[in-house]
Design a protein. Structure first.
Length: 166
């Protein structure tokens, strides 16, 4: 039977959670295509997939934070003067902001602290420093075709925690 290589696309169903049970991503009942070997998947997840075959199933596969989004990096924090932020932008400590750049590309940042004249933004990934768990099932394996790449996955929104529903 064919085994997954770093030159394949893998069709699978999966659910990614943090150790506290918070669901981060969930494909639900829909299968998604994951392109292997291109740096598009967190390394720990790709390691769990490589060498498997159709029908392979994992529940509670462990992904160490170093194979996910790494350790928190102080150099990823940035001080931004409040006068640089448009007035219509809501700023909330712990909130997520989309920060644009001159090239039109943007990045997401967490508002770490708010002061009278400035804020501190944290550009570390929100899952940095967290160990993750993954459930997945391999449904199909096929060769990556750059002329006909798979569509981006449509993921199910995670269910809010009980305290968020109230």
């Amino acid at each position: 039977m064919r085994k997954v290589t770093d030159k394949d696309v893998v069709k699978l169903k999966y659910k990614l959670t943090v150790h506290d049970g918070t669901v981060v991503e969930d494909s639900g009942d829909d299968a998604v295509d994951m392109i292997m070997g291109k740096g598009l998947i967190i390394p720990g997840f790709e390691k769990l997939i490589l060498g498997t075959e159709v029908g392979y199933k994992v529940e509670g596969g462990k992904i160490n934070k170093l194979d996910a989004f790494g350790e928190w990096d102080k150099s990823m924090e940035q001080v931004v003067e409040l006068k640089e932020i448009p007035r219509e932008v809501e700023i909330e400590e712990g909130g997520i902001m989309h920060v644009g750049s001159e090239g039109g590309q943007g990045r997401m940042a967490t508002v770490k602290e708010i002061y009278d004249d400035f804020i501190i933004l944290d550009f570390n990934h929100p899952l940095v420093g967290k160990n993750l768990l993954i459930d997945f099932e391999i449904l199909d394996i096929y060769t990556f075709d750059p002329e006909n790449p798979p569509a981006p996955p449509k993921l199910k929104e995670p269910e809010p925690k009980e305290e968020e529903k109230a």
